[in-house]
Design a binder for this molecule. Structure first.
Ligand SMILES: C[S@@+](CC[C@H](N)C(=O)[O-])C[C@H]1O[C@@H](n2cnc3c(N)ncnc32)[C@H](O)[C@@H]1O
Length: 283
């Protein structure tokens, strides 16, 4: 078992988790194409048993439950109480008895055994000890069971996230402190070699990484896009630290930097770059 994720658990239950819960429809709108690419790779079948790791507000857990049908089972696991509340509220009217949610640390909690599929949309990059976490997760798979997840590639390939962050830092004259690129966080699995090492070290076989890029529409105008960037993504995390009093200056700076990147009709669409990762449990 891994564990040791108290900092992330606090973040996902604090301001950041509450913000994600409040913005669920908007965030789903941005990440759906990436999750869908991973769902296609996962190819969940009727009757399969699935765990959705870091399921957040439950979007992909619901889709997976519809894919496996009443004969299957989907368990969405997450550490964030506010996001799980949204997940349960969304799922309730859909009457999917095969779907359940559990508030647990996926890297350490006792999980149901003999699953066919471990799936995640951007929910596995936050473990403080990734290799032991994936050893633990692998043990919940049947022999031949699949692991499929989508994670972000390098920041430089993700201008949808980085252009607003760079503008926000500039507005505050903030020079980012040298940071560990492998620290738990959205870009922790950007490096292909490291990611392969973590999964092979955890005992997975048949490891495949497929690059998947698509444009993310972040706003109908540069102002809209700035307003969306300060609500979620790396710029929003920066603002949580910078303080709300600096928001007007940061918004203006982001808008200014996005103007030259906008299409002639004003829309701002910037690239999002991910890995669709698949692997299997050989034993
Ligand atoms: C970027 S969000 C993605 C949420 C959701 N999968 C989606 O695509 O909307 C990352 C999620 O991972 C969850 N998470 C982080 N560390 C976790 C852990 N150790 N165990 C379970 N969930 C975790 C967070 O609470 C959060 O809901």
């Amino acid at each position: 078992m891994a564990g040791g994720n108290s900092e992330q658990i606090a973040d996902w239950n604090g301001a950041m988790g509450r913000q994600w819960a409040a913005l669920q429809p908007e965030i789903d709108g941005v990440v759906v194409p990436f999750g869908a690419a991973a769902l296609t790779a996962a190819a969940a079948q009727a009757g399969e048993r699935v765990i959705d790791i870091g399921c957040g507000c439950g979007d992909t857990s619901i889709t997976l439950a519809q894919m496996v049908g009443a004969a299957g089972a989907v368990l969405g696991v997450d550490v964030s109480r506010p996001m799980l509340e949204v997940a349960r509220t969304r799922a309730a009217p859909l009457r999917l008895p095969q779907l359940d949610f559990r508030e647990v640390d996926a890297s350490a909690a006792e999980l149901p055994a003999r699953n066919d599929l471990l799936y995640s949309r951007f929910g596995v990059m936050f473990f403080s000890q990734p290799t032991p976490a994936f050893v633990h997760l692998r043990k919940s798979l049947c022999v031949g069971g699949r692991l499929v997840f989508v994670c972000w590639r390098a920041p430089r390939d993700n201008p949808w996230a980085m252009a607003p962050l760079v503008a926000a830092r500039k507005a505050m004259n903030a020079t980012p402190a040298p940071a560990d690129p492998f620290a738990p966080g959205p870009f922790a699995f950007a490096d292909e070699e490291r990611l392969r090492g973590i999964l092979s070290g955890a005992g997975f076989g048949n490891i495949q990484l497929q690059r998947f890029d698509t444009a993310i529409s972040i706003g109908a105008t540069p102002r809209d896009a700035a307003q969306s960037a300060v609500r979620f993504g790396p710029a929003s995390r920066f603002i949580l630290d910078a303080g709300a009093q600096n928001l007007p200056a940061i918004l203006d700076a982001i808008e200014g930097d996005l103007v030259p990147l906008a299409a002639p009709d004003g829309r701002v669409s910037l690239n999002g770059s991910t890995w669709i990762v698949s692997a299997s449990n050989p034993a």
